[in-house]
Design a protein around this ligand. Sequence first.
Ligand SMILES: Cc1cc2nc3c(=O)[nH]c(=O)nc-3n(C[C@H](O)[C@H](O)[C@H](O)COP(=O)(O)O)c2cc1C
Length: 167
Amino acid sequence: MKYAIIYSSQTGNTALLAHHIQCYFKNDECVYYGPITNECIKADIIFIGFWTDKGTCDGPLSEFLKMLQSEKIFLFGTAGFGGSPQYFQTIINNIKSFINPSNQIVGTYMCQGKMPMSIRERYVQLAIENPHKFLPLIENFDEAFSHPDSNDFQKLTDILSTLPNHM
Ligand SMILES: Cc1cc2nc3c(=O)[nH]c(=O)nc-3n(C[C@H](O)[C@H](O)[C@H](O)COP(=O)(O)O)c2cc1C
């Protein structure tokens, strides 16, 4: 199988998933691994990674997705908020809306990803005025801080193992 991994990662969480996918397919041919590119990619499957930016993927990645035609795509990504499969599904659906129907989405995977400490510091300040709103956000921040973790990587492996051998 020829595959490509194209990902957008600001702080490294999604990059860790990308690396995990590459390790999983170490016996296959990786034709491209890295950030969004204008290079013409000829692969049996393209793994596309995103970080969640305001409920969807970031702008450059959405523009890249809009250009794809007749590809097999596996979407993977991370988000600061976790704990709800419906939340992840909403994000995936938002991102799918950028993808032309000539493409086939063969799988998706999302997990939580840690956020920069500056965000926690801001929440702590804001919680002084509005604890009802910001204490749960601090709790979520702390929950996210260890992700992606070994359990997240195992779940990704499980999903990858369901993909047909030769796409
Ligand atoms: C500007 C900005 C916007 C974000 N928007 C969201 C969001 O809408 N929902 C969410 O769950 N996480 C959001 N996050 C958190 C990131 O998606 C999360 O930390 C992700 O794992 C970062 O991935 P990366 O390390 O690959 O860049 C946002 C982070 C930043 C910096």
